[in-house]
Design a binder for this molecule. Structure first.
Ligand SMILES: Cc1cc2nc3c(=O)[nH]c(=O)nc-3n(C[C@H](O)[C@H](O)[C@H](O)COP(=O)(O)OP(=O)(O)OC[C@H]3O[C@@H](n4cnc5c(N)ncnc54)[C@H](O)[C@@H]3O)c2cc1C
Length: 460
């Protein structure tokens, strides 16, 4: 009895007093906390700016963490030990996760080096970096409205589960992947008129037998042969093993990613059902490797391309193929054209070892706005060009560039900054060519490298 009455005395009756939204004001506001937004926010903080980062999810990290993407692509030049293209937070991630046993693994594959990462370690890395940088974090916050003053974004209205917020800033980064900020501001955006770019429901399988993991070619051949029996939509898919962890990450489905709430939710559930059928396929067709496996995690829906900005320049696939070096280049990569534009498979066109393609600032800057810069998978590029620059290496470079462009613009226009200064600030991401540490190739990597050499000899 005594305990109950003291507990009652410890409560109070509360009632909502005001509908006023909480107001925050910063120098640079980043909307979208995926890898591009995180790169932009950390770079802006390093430049001494007051920064806020906003995301509709309750956690930081966007798709890199929450969709369990699993590998950093586009970070290195082609070849088994190509040099590094992007620095900034990429360098920090490689260094810091590299110290955690099992958190990072470089696969020197047939095309380029791809870095496998543990998404939990990356998620904590992002959180700790953002915390240490003193960045204001607003999570579970969806954009409700955008207020403009002519060509400038002035203030965002956000809805969160804890109440509404108003966020004003001098400069804004649209790192939402869907150009949500640019769209809500009423600026022109693009969508594909006729072709679908498919997303993927990623899955982590645990308790696999790593030694018996089939090759990509074996999985693809079996999918072609038996896919119909398992009602598989996609017939050319990837399962990759992170060595020593007994897990495989599956990238085996193709789902639609509509920008309409009901259709998006429906597609999400269908994506999981499709992923379950892919798991059944693996367990039945490759029992030695997957027979005892179980699903450890489903990622959030993986979205490749939906809606994007109309920039001063639309990056074209010809510019990608030609390796056009723009005067306002801000980042580079050599990642192949990887266009998931048909249900059964995807276009995969690789480039030679000495190839580099560049991303111009013009593709990050909405033509109609002075203080808004896009970064990541919603910059202006045609479908094939975007498919080669939306991977995480160049996304990191775009985030850094967005921060520098807004820092240089101050209260002026990002269309009038000194491009030579921007180039000097982004020197590492444009010019630095650090060699990778040379590590012994695994048996699989040696086989792939030999296969590639033979294919090249055949085509020569
Ligand atoms: C299935 C799949 C596999 C892939 N595999 C690889 C790979 O192996 N390696 C690689 O490097 N790349 C890969 N990619 C590409 C890469 O993962 C993405 O292009 C990249 O992560 C995009 O980063 P981003 O920061 O631009 O966007 P996102 O990571 O999508 O982040 C956007 C953020 O904005 C938030 N947001 C959106 N709208 C709003 C709104 N209205 N209000 C508030 N917040 C909002 C979202 O919640 C999200 O967190 C893959 C992509 C997919 C889909």
């Amino acid at each position: 009895m005594v305990q109950e009455s003291s507990a009652a005395a410890d409560t109070k009756i509360v009632r909502r007093q005001s509908k006023a939204a909480q107001h925050v004001s910063v120098d640079i506001c980043v909307v979208g906390a995926g890898i591009s937004g995180v790169s932009a926010a950390l770079e802006a903080a390093r430049l001494g700016r007051q920064v806020a980062i906003v995301d509709g999810l309750p956690t930081l990290g966007g798709q890199a963490v929450n969709s369990i993407i699993g590998t950093f692509c586009g970070l290195f030049a082609n070849g088994t030990h190509g040099h590094q293209f992007t620095y900034g937070i990429a360098e920090d991630i490689l260094r810091d996760l590299g110290k955690i046993p099992g958190a990072l693994y470089r696969r020197h594959g047939p095309v380029t080096t791809v870095v496998y990462y543990d998404e939990i370690a990356l998620g904590r890395w992002v959180e700790e970096q953002i915390r240490a940088a003193g960045i204001t974090v607003i999570l579970g916050a969806v954009l409700r409205d955008v207020h403009l003053d002519g060509r400038r974004v002035k203030e965002l209205e956000l809805a969160t589960r804890y109440g509404d917020m108003r966020l004003s800033a001098t400069g804004f980064v649209d790192a939402t992947g869907d150009a949500a900020l640019t769209w809500q501001a009423g600026f022109a955006c693009r969508e594909s008129a006729s072709r679908q770019v498919y997303g993927t429901q990623m899955v982590v399988l645990e308790n696999i037998d790593e030694a018996s993991h089939p090759t990509r070619e074996e999985i693809a051949a079996r999918m072609m042969e038996k896919g119909e029996a398992y009602q598989l939509v996609r017939r050319n898919a990837v399962s990759f093993v992170i060595p020593g962890r007994g897990i495989a990450v599956l990238n085996m489905t193709h789902t639609e990613t509509p920008l309409e709430p009901l259709a998006a939710a429906k597609s999400q559930l269908e994506g999981k059902a499709q992923a379950d059928r892919a798991v059944q396929f693996l367990k039945a067709e490759f029992p030695k490797c997957f027979g005892q496996s179980r699903v450890r995690a489903y990622g959030n829906p993986g979205i490749r391309q939906t809606r994007w900005i109309v920039g001063r320049h639309q990056l074209s696939v010809d510019e990608v193929r030609n390796g056009t070096r723009f005067p306002d280049a801000i980042g580079r990569t050599a990642w192949p054209i990887e266009l998931h534009d048909h249900g059964a498979g995807y276009v995969w066109q690789t480039f030679p070892e000495d190839h580099t393609h560049y991303i111009p600032l013009g593709s990050l800057t909405p033509a109609e706005a002075d203080n808004l810069v896009a970064a990541g998978r919603c910059i202006d590029a045609d479908l094939a060009a975007l498919s080669s620059v939306r991977v995480m290496g160049p996304c990191i470079a775009m985030g850094a560039a967005a921060a520098h462009a807004l820092d240089l613009a101050g209260s002026g226009s990002v269309h009038q900054i000194d491009i030579a200064s921007l180039g000097r600030r982004l020197h590492d991401n444009l010019e630095r060519n650090d060699a990778q540490p040379r590590s012994e190739l695994s048996a699989e990597e040696k086989r792939h490298a030999e296969e590639k050499r033979q294919t090249e000899r055949t085509h020569a």
